[in-house]
Design a protein around this ligand. Structure first.
Ligand SMILES: N[C@@H](CCC(=O)N[C@@H](CS)C(=O)NCC(=O)O)C(=O)O
Length: 199
């Protein structure tokens, strides 16, 4: 399997790097200042965002899709529930929940406080975004109060994808009412190949 990963650092490309490391796949990493939004990247990601990957000559974007595909391609690493099983549906459930009900709120706040030029920002959305993120975080917290990991009670790529988002929320100080999520993040950070940042 030949993989080139565009994007390094603690942004969403960390999900892909962590998955590649856990799967034991060697890969080429491409990163340079100004890579996101560069024309070079647009050929692999239509919005020129990171991460993007070229896998055996084919471009793939969206961090969750890249991680899921890598996990599927390396069954020996046992990183994902088998296609067609109920556990695999739970993978899809938690990934969708994470991206739509949690990460989207964090991203919108980040966009309106950091990414957009000042004159385009609308900082009034931040408070509501935080409320919405915390509401969903409580759902995940209740599940993780009963389980060590999200699917099949073992570490899988689902935890890599969702864990990245939970860690972002933790770094923003949004997990004060979520003790199980706090412990879950500690478990992930303790893994030797973990690509999340504590700070
Ligand atoms: N849903 C996408 C999000 C990609 C994304 O927004 N990447 C950020 C860095 S984490 C980026 O490239 N930002 C630059 C921009 O928005 O132009 C994924 O999970 O891959």
């Amino acid at each position: 399997m030949e993989v080139t990963l565009y994007g390094v650092g603690f942004n969403r490309s960390a999900r892909c790097r962590w998955t590649l490391e856990e799967a034991g796949v060697e890969y080429t990493s491409v990163d340079r200042r100004g890579l996101s939004s560069a024309d070079e990247l647009r050929q692999f990601h239509p919005l020129a965002k990171i991460p993007a990957a070229v896998i055996d000559g084919q471009a793939l974007f969206e961090s969750a899709a890249i991680c899921t595909h890598i996990a599927d391609r390396v069954p020996a690493a046992n990183l994902i529930a088998s296609p067609g099983t109920f556990a695999r549906a739970q993978h899809d459930q938690w990934v969708s929940f994470c991206l739509t009900e949690m990460e989207s709120w964090l991203w919108n706040s980040y966009l309106n406080t950091t990414v957009l030029p000042e004159e385009q920002r609308n900082e009034t959305v931040v408070e509501q975004n935080t409320v919405m993120f915390k509401r969903s975080a409580l759902v995940l917290d209740a599940h993780l109060a009963e389980h060590e990991y999200l699917v099949e009670d073992r570490f899988t790529v689902t935890d890599i994808i969702v864990g990245w988002c939970v860690n972002w929320g933790r770094r923003q100080g949004h997990l004060d009412e979520c003790p199980a999520l706090d412990r879950y993040t500690e478990r992930l950070l303790a893994r030797p190949l973990c690509a999340l940042t504590r700070d």
